[in-house]
Design a protein around this ligand. Structure first.
Ligand SMILES: [Zn+2]
Length: 192
């Protein structure tokens, strides 16, 4: 009798342990799914840009584009158009990449031009994705910007001339520059 009770107790214990284990496995797999979900969302948004209604988007064609704002308006989302073509600025700490520290490449979200690599991105407290250098000299262009009573240097995409952000002299070594960019005009592709 005592033996039977002991067996029952052991069986109960085993059932409890298996339930806990099962619960842990379910929780872990749902965390993993979420992580994959976030990544694939980024990849999907990049894919959408490449294949959706934007015929100018290319990660291989480096030919300079000459597209009118009337045409860009048809192709870009309202928010992207506002920053890229009307020189708007997204609010600090709201963009999708200001905190990203994954390895990978940042492309122009308007035309697909390769702009920055994660190795030149640094943690800046400004609330926008910040880089100390562009991936190559002609990846971006510079223009004097006298708007809002300040003299700043605007950075535009070297291929489609979209507004990306501004460059400042308070960056870290080796360049001392800070490319202060808007997330919405960047497409990030994580390193495979
Ligand atoms: Zn571009």
């Amino acid at each position: 009798m005592e033996f039977a009770n002991k067996t029952k107790a052991i069986m109960k214990k085993n059932i409890v342990i298996s339930s806990v284990l099962l619960f842990a496995i379910i929780c872990m797999s749902s965390v993993c799914n979420n992580a994959n979900g976030t990544k694939s969302k980024q990849q999907i948004s990049a894919m959408e840009n490449q294949t959706n209604k934007n015929p100018y988007y290319s990660r291989t064609d480096t030919t300079k584009l000459n597209v009118s704002n009337v045409e860009w308006k048809k192709v870009l989302s309202e928010d992207m158009y506002y920053v890229a073509r009307e020189k708007g600025t997204e609010r600090a700490f709201t963009g999708k990449y200001w905190e990203t520290d994954e390895l990978g490449t940042y492309y122009c979200a308007v035309c697909g031009n390769r702009l920055f690599v994660s190795e030149s991105k640094f943690a800046s407290s400004c609330g926008w994705p910040s880089f100390f250098e562009a991936v190559r000299k002609d990846a971006v262009e510079y223009h004097q910007d006298k708007s809002f009573g300040m003299i700043r240097t605007e950075v535009t995409c070297g291929r489609c001339e979209s507004h990306l952000g501004h460059i400042f002299d308070d960056g870290p070594p080796p360049t001392g520059k800070r490319f202060c960019m808007n997330s919405i005009v960047l497409d990030f592709e994580p390193k495979k």
